[in-house]
Design a protein around this ligand. Structure first.
Ligand SMILES: Nc1ncnc2c1ncn2[C@@H]1O[C@H](COP(=O)(O)OP(=O)(O)OP(=O)(O)O)[C@@H](O)[C@H]1O
Ligand SMILES: [Mg+2]
Length: 358
């Protein structure tokens, strides 16, 4: 039987999964149109799961996917960065060809052996030449953990991508590019000189709706023949705000840790036990939250204002502090235009962190 997953990307073979069908279809359309897309969302909102699933659907051999991850690149020099980048791209090309059962052509072998990338200009040329050797297949480049890009590299790297995108050369290579991360380009582009991506190509990944949570829990019910009280799903959704990790963590506690016998319906009293555990336990998501709220001493006063019912704070992304807390997924814009803590679980944990003796 599958289980609820909380350790990194979820896999539909092993885990229950929200399919995000509409968002995936939208994303694939943009890839097919050759768009350069950015996906920025806080930690553990399902970014990596999302593009893995999307790539699985893009099996069409017109496209040649190359997936990179910049997480390990953070403190590298420019030379090292491009050298690792080249090695990673090369491994990816070999992997894709092997998976597809295609042998690597003499010309491609020669090209890969004789090429070096040591800066952004050579990278641009590399992609142009690569496209010519892929028999019309279009390179779809996806970069996860883009925030790991070294500070010294980011500006030139983005310039080159912008140049590829606006030159509209045929074939455009990379044909499509997706940049995935927590911080948006404006926060990463330290000299703030360029904005290579059109704002329309920002792709948002929302928290789960109550219907998505229901569909996720239905998968468990189908496989385990254990039902949930209907009000439990709506309460769980309200308490977590549909935050993907928190939803799954609740589900894990309810289905694996509370030892509720299978013939029994999982009810509100069980939810309350899981809830009190959620308000106490350390897990990766809560650890991120607590680390983030302590990053800047100015966060405390603004968060305390947000949680106080009398005062409140207007949501205004021009304010650095508000923008940062939004980036980290701590606050969001409420329907009344005021700042709101993302969900009641975070609300409680923030109060507990700043007022530990209450
Ligand atoms: N489609 C999904 N269906 C069910 N659960 C999901 C889905 N996507 C994400 N999750 C939940 O969120 C967790 C994190 O997913 P994932 O690693 O894809 O997110 P991420 O945004 O890439 O995280 P990070 O910022 O840490 O890299 C998963 O372990 C799972 O609990
Ligand atoms: Mg990820």
């Amino acid at each position: 039987m599958r289980t609820f997953g909380t350790r990194g990307p979820v896999d539909p073979e092993k885990n229950f999964i929200v399919h995000r069908t509409d968002e995936i279809a939208d994303f694939i359309n943009r890839v097919k149109e050759g768009r350069y897309i950015v996906i920025f969302a806080p930690r553990q909102t399902g970014k990596t799961t999302f593009f893995y699933r999307a790539l699985d659907k893009l099996i069409d051999e017109t496209y040649f996917p190359i997936q990179l991850d910049f997480e390990e690149y953070k403190n590298r020099s420019v030379g090292d960065f491009y050298r690792y980048l080249y090695e990673d791209i090369r491994e990816e090309i070999e992997d894709v060809l092997q998976k597809r059962g295609n042998s690597i052509s003499e010309a491609l072998v020669h090209f890969l052996e004789s090429t070096q990338i040591s800066d952004h200009v050579l990278m641009r040329r590399f992609f142009r030449n690569l496209a010519r050797l892929l028999n019309g297949q279009r390179v779809v480049l996806i970069i996860d953990e883009f925030d790991g890009i070294p500070k010294t590299v980011v500006s030139d790297f983005l310039y080159s991508l912008r140049r590829i995108y606006i030159s509209r050369a045929t074939p455009q290579s990379p044909y499509s590019l997706s940049i995935v991360g927590v911080k948006n380009i404006r926060q990463l582009d330290y000299d703030r000189s360029i904005s290579p991506f059109n704002i329309q190509d920002e792709f948002t990944l929302s928290n789960f709706t109550v219907e998505q949570v229901q569909a996720l829990f239905d998968q468990y019910t189908d496989e385990a023949s254990q039902t949930f009280a209907p009000e439990l799903i709506t309460t769980l959704h309200r308490q977590t705000g549909g935050q993907p990790f928190l939803v799954n963590r609740f589900a894990q506690i309810l289905t694996e840790e509370l030892d509720i016998p299978k013939p029994e319906t999982i009810r509100m009293e069980h939810f309350l036990a899981a809830h009190s555990q959620m308000l106490q336990e350390q897990n990766t998501n809560i650890t991120h939250l607590l680390t983030n709220i302590h990053r800047n001493p100015r966060f405390k006063s603004i968060l305390m204002k947000i949680v106080s019912y009398e005062r409140g704070v207007r949501f205004n992304l021009d304010n650095d502090i508000i923008r940062e807390l939004t980036t980290y997924g701590v606050i969001a814009r409420g329907t009344d235009g005021m700042c709101e803590i993302l969900n009641p679980i975070y609300h409680h944990r923030i109060l507990q962190a700043f007022k530990p003796f209450l």
